[in-house]
Design a protein around this ligand. Structure first.
Ligand code: ZN
Length: 292
């Protein structure tokens, strides 16, 4: 089975847990955007967070994460939907920074330690929900946990990890989210804190071949555990040639005439997935006719 997400209830309903393996999704994002290692790690962590935060969405709900830090990556943007699909990009995919003293990719430095994480939950026809929080470290996991606590009043532990191989491809990626329900006992809280402080990096657990249910079991050891559901997750974008045609046609006569005059063609690249759509001269002439 490819990448998938598992949700579970633990500690007799005192908390819930989500774990996801995203190795293939992050590798697909890397190939589509040609991200260099630290950008791959940042984008991968953000996409993994999007899937975890979006795990309870329904219908046409859409979750958007925007990390706007003062680091060299610029903006990191991710959207996830209720069909367990995620897409995302970083503004500057070609950032190269030396590893930290511990030999890790410096995600916090690349994202920036100062800035804001914006979260939008677009809930179909209902009013969208906006929340934001100042970045804690730019490492993304801590920032998302802080957001959940401050904006959604849910004490949460978030662990995100991407392991990039020597050839720059993604070796392992995944994430874990544990949320305490109101009324959870102090005993449960301290047990979880102890477990999580002893938990190896998520990316190393995934790299060892652990599946989401095993990661949750390790993080919640000592508590009862009921695995509820297993959902496949994937990279997907909603762009299409038809949508891009609509976009081009909406540019107006002047803009299209200028493209024909100056370039004789048009190339449109989707930010989110890197797909390139080409339109030749006669196609652009047709848009002009359609506008009338
Ligand atoms: Zn796209």
């Amino acid at each position: 089975m490819g990448d998938y997400l598992v949700r579970a209830v633990c500690g007799e309903g005192e908390c819930r847990a989500f774990a996801v393996v995203t190795t293939a999704i992050v590798e697909e994002a890397r190939r589509r955007h040609d991200t260099w290692p630290v950008a791959t790690a940042a984008l991968g962590r953000a996409m993994t967070a999007g899937l975890l935060l979006g795990a309870n969405m329904k219908g046409e709900d859409i979750l958007t994460l925007r990390l706007l830090g003062d680091g060299p990556l610029g903006a990191v943007i991710v959207t996830a939907n209720a069909h367990s699909e995620v897409r995302g990009y970083v503004q500057e995919p070609h950032v190269d920074l030396p590893c930290t003293a511990e030999g890790k990719l410096p995600v916090g430095e690349a994202v920036g330690r100062k800035g804001t994480l914006y979260v939008t939950r677009d809930l179909g026809l209902k009013e969208p929900f906006f929340g934001s929080v100042e970045l804690v470290s730019g490492e993304i996991g801590e920032d998302v946990a802080q957001y959940l606590l401050q904006s959604e009043q849910t004490p949460s532990a978030v662990a995100l990890g991407v392991l990039v191989g020597a050839d720059a491809s993604v070796r392992a990626a995944g994430g874990l989210l544990i949320q305490l329900f109101p009324g959870a006992s102090d005993g449960t809280l301290s047990l979880l804190e102890r477990n999580l402080s002893n938990l190896p990096l998520i990316s190393s657990l995934v790299d060892k071949g652990m599946i989401p249910a095993e990661i949750i079991a390790e993080a919640t050891a000592g508590l009862s555990l009921e695995v509820l559901e297993k959902t496949p997750v994937r990279f997907a974008c909603k762009c299409s040639r038809e949508r891009v045609e609509g976009l081009l046609a909406s540019l107006g006569r002047e803009e299209i005439s200028k493209m024909i005059r100056e370039q004789g063609q048009a190339e449109v690249r989707c930010h989110f997935c890197g797909e390139v759509y080409n339109f030749n001269g006669p196609e652009l002439e047709r848009f002009l006719k359609e506008i009338g």
